[in-house]
Design a binder for this molecule. Structure first.
Ligand code: KIV
Ligand code: NA
Length: 265
């Protein structure tokens, strides 16, 4: 087993090797995720809900992400560590650069940025300064107020076209990975075929180059919210925490997860 590097992401897509990603927020779970052979680890701003008990990701700060990134990084030997840019951490290219620099110093290899539009300039600013960027498109939770809830995106022709355009734009701006969240599986399939960098789906159907889930969701923990359709509890079949992570990683690699029942059409 070789430690993951950013260039290996494109190679994995070319070779048709599906990648399994999980969120993680602390050193103990990070040790388990790494032992289970999970490829990519995300210190998501979902920590606002999972760790801090907020209703959304909006209260999460750059300092919060840097702290949890440092905790997770100490345990990882193989998985590639991605840190999430929190709400308004990327309000300007310079702010984004300061935050991303803190995340790389804390041990991240890549920084995830929600959205396109004004974020294209942010992506370019980071990539030109040697900071690898993962884009996040579709249902972007930091836009919850504008969306009026967590709603599947790209269901009509116009918004589907817009999303395909955004995917091309973020790759053009230098993104090396694209998370697609909450989009119909046919649209995620089309985007995955159209761009040369790997797509990582969550609620985006089975045709992406990889998958991501929130750690606590795949361990069947009650979030206090209705469990979304795309979540599967792997603890029952895995038998233990590491076993659940291993079962998830294998199901993603073999194309058994997600199934149609976890997808939107
Ligand atoms: O914050 C997070 O956990 C995420 C993933 C669900 C993609 O952004
Ligand atoms: Na996030």
């Amino acid at each position: 087993r070789k430690p993951w590097t950013v260039p290996m992401l494109r190679a994995a897509k070319q070779d048709g090797r599906r990648m399994a990603m999980l969120t993680c927020y602390d050193a103990s779970f990070a040790r388990a995720v790494d032992a289970a052979g999970v490829d990519l680890v995300l210190v998501g701003d979902s920590l606002g809900m999972v760790m801090q008990g907020h209703d959304s990701t909006l209260p999460v700060t750059v300092e919060d992400i840097a702290y949890h990134t440092a905790c997770v990084a100490r345990s990882l030997r193989y998985a590639l560590l991605v840190a999430d840019m929190p709400f308004q951490g990327d309000a300007s290219p310079q702010r984004a650069l300061d935050a991303a620099t803190a995340f790389l110093r804390a041990g991240a290899a890549m920084v995830k940025i929600e959205g396109a539009g004004p974020k294209l300039e942010v992506i370019r600013h980071l990539v030109e300064r040697e900071i690898p960027v993962c884009s996040h498109l579709g249902l972007t939770p930091q836009a919850v107020l504008r969306m009026g809830g967590y709603k599947v995106q790209g269901r009509d022709d116009a918004t589907a076209m817009l999303l395909r355009e955004q995917a091309r734009q973020v790759v053009e701006a230098g993104a090396e990975l694209v998370v697609l969240e909450g989009v119909p599986s046919g649209l995620a399939e089309a985007i995955t075929a159209e761009i040369e960098v790997a797509t990582i789906g969550i609620g985006a159907g089975p045709h992406c180059d990889g998958q991501v889930l929130v750690l606590h969701d795949m361990l069947g923990m009650d979030s206090g919210h209705r469990r979304p359709k795309f979540v599967k509890d792997f603890l029952a079949e895995g038998g233990s925490i590491v076993g659940a992570m291993r079962a998830y990683a294998e199901a993603v690699r073999e194309g058994r997860f997600p199934a149609a029942e976890h997808s939107y059409t």
